[in-house]
Write a protein that binds this ligand. Structure first.
Ligand code: GLN
Length: 485
């Protein structure tokens, strides 16, 4: 399987053209997407036009960006100018974005080619893509199973080798959980590393754009492109961005890994546990050490998240009122009725549940009891990570308690669905960089483990993951009938 940098080299050497690569991508989508259903919209004519322009420039010998000609998919809650951005919601079904998200602009500036918008749980709320207002995406490893969510489309398209890389967003695990379910690498960078400008807000203090790829090496090359300060996003970090590819060197000798004991306990499936422990053994043989540690953050995560995230969502989603964004209900007799009908018809059940929950925890009388308490819990989570990182370089744990569950298995039970993110939420609470990567299969479905690092220490995260992948071949496994690039 060729890496992004290898593909780019072939493009530069002209043994491959951008047009041929993009055509190949659409052939792959044609061959597999009727089953996988990763895409809400395809951008075939724009992509081919861009590929053609890049080919002309390559032929002329122009100096092009580091990933010129590499196709990518974009989660459909990230805006691309003059393209539909639906958030997989009826509310935005016809919304055409008037501007491009900074993350996507950075990709365009690097010469990358967006080829389509991927399916998600409506407004990124969910863990299976079953909350999409349009259709459910399927796990390429087994189409009866969920690809995870909310970035299920972006995970599935990389798993099905329709594109080499994609963008997703992660508020509580929406990159790492589907990456784990689909057997690919998913990186949520440090909060503020990637601009959120042009990402439709869910819970602004937790939302972060990140990457899907097959290898950590590709993730590093892709992150080099999308990270960096942006004056359009007030929470964007000014910190300089290191060369992540250059960080993929050396060894893990002396690397200290903490493993939260709670996440090696009863609620994790035995098969998952077994493979994660095998990954730990592997790190040990490579020269790292690990200890199991007590971390309450993972116990407090779900309860804290389901106060803070809905609170922020209830405020962020107030803008969808039938006046400003496309969908408006017919037949209302008054302004108030128009608001109510529009929101009643435009939002699906999970989004409504979050808005109601969020409005409740913010209402007077309950604010102190719930919202304020959850903010305090969040601070404690952050402080606990700070303490752990005084003695350790990375935290390692199963990304999810089980492999991909069956479609329909949890969709009727929101609380069960919420538990999907038990291991991923703390990194969002503390704003830390975290990554899921595959460590084997169980009954033909991928198992993933998560690494979490100190804020802004993506380098250690990527280096450890890269060296692990060099020693193992799990990331090269592909679903039956799928061929890599
Ligand atoms: N599954 C979590 C939720 O439903 C996380 C979603 C996300 O990270 N966008 O809120």
């Amino acid at each position: 399987m060729r890496s992004l940098l290898e593909l780019n080299k072939e493009l530069k050497e002209r043994t491959l053209t951008c047009t041929a690569l993009v055509e190949d991508v659409f052939k792959r989508i044609q061959a597999t997407d009727a089953k996988v259903k990763a895409y809400v919209s395809l951008m075939e004519s724009q992509a081919l036009e861009q590929a053609h322009k890049l080919d002309v420039r390559f032929d002329k010998g122009d100096a092009l960006g580091p990933l010129a000609g590499i196709p990518l998919a974009v989660k459909d809650n990230i805006c691309i100018k003059q393209t539909r951005t639906t958030c997989s919601s009826k509310m935005l079904e016809k919304y055409i974005s008037p501007f491009t998200a900074t993350s996507v602009q950075n990709c365009l500036d690097a010469g990358m080619i967006p080829i389509g918008k991927t399916n998600l749980d409506e407004f990124a709320m969910g863990s299976s893509t079953e909350n999409s207002a349009f259709f459910t995406t399927r796990n390429p490893w087994h189409t009866d199973h969920a690809p995870g969510g909310s970035s299920g489309g972006s995970a599935a398209t990389v798993a099905a080798a329709q594109v080499p890389v994609s963008l997703g967003s992660d508020t509580g695990g929406s990159i790492r959980q589907p990456a784990s379910f689909c057997g690919v690498v998913g990186v949520k960078p440090t909060y503020g590393r990637v601009s959120r400008y042009g990402l439709v807000a869910f819970a602004s203090s937790l939302d972060q754009i990140g990457t899907f790829s097959r290898s950590v090496e590709d993730a590093a090359a892709f992150l080099n492109v999308i990270c960096g300060h942006d004056r359009h996003d007030a929470t964007s970090l000014l910190a300089p961005v290191p060369d992540f590819t250059a960080a993929l060197q050396g060894d893990v000798n002396g690397l200290r890994i903490a493993v939260p004991n709670y996440l090696l306990g009863d609620m994790i499936d035995d098969a998952v546990k077994e493979r994660v422990i095998a990954a730990l053994d592997r790190f040990k043989r490579m020269g790292a050490t690990w200890d199991s540690v007590e971390m309450d953050s993972f116990k407090a995560a779900i309860a804290t998240y389901y106060i803070l995230a809905p609170a922020e969502a209830s405020s962020n989603l107030a803008r969808f009122d039938g006046v400003r964004y496309t969908y408006r209900a017919e037949g209302a007799q008054s302004l108030k009725e128009m608001f109510a009908k529009t929101r009643g018809e435009g939002f699906g059940p999970e989004v409504k549940r979050r808005i109601i929950l969020g409005t409740y925890v913010l209402s007077s009388g309950y604010y102190d009891a719930f919202y304020l308490k959850a903010q305090k819990a969040r601070t404690l989570i952050k402080e606990e990570f700070d303490r752990v990182f005084q003695d350790y370089d990375l935290v390692l744990n199963p990304t999810t308690a089980t492999t991909a569950f069956k479609l329909g298995e949890k969709s009727g039970d929101p609380l069960q669905m919420y538990l999907s993110d038990i291991a991923t939420i703390p990194a969002n609470m503390a704003g830390l960089p975290a990554m899921s990567l595959p460590c084997g299969l169980s009954d033909g479905l991928p198992v993933g483990f998560q690494l979490t690092a100190k804020a802004l220490d993506e380098e250690t995260l990527l280096k450890a993951g890269y060296l692990y992948q060099k020693e193992t071949a799990y990331h090269q496994a592909l679903p039956e009938g799928i061929h890599g690039f």
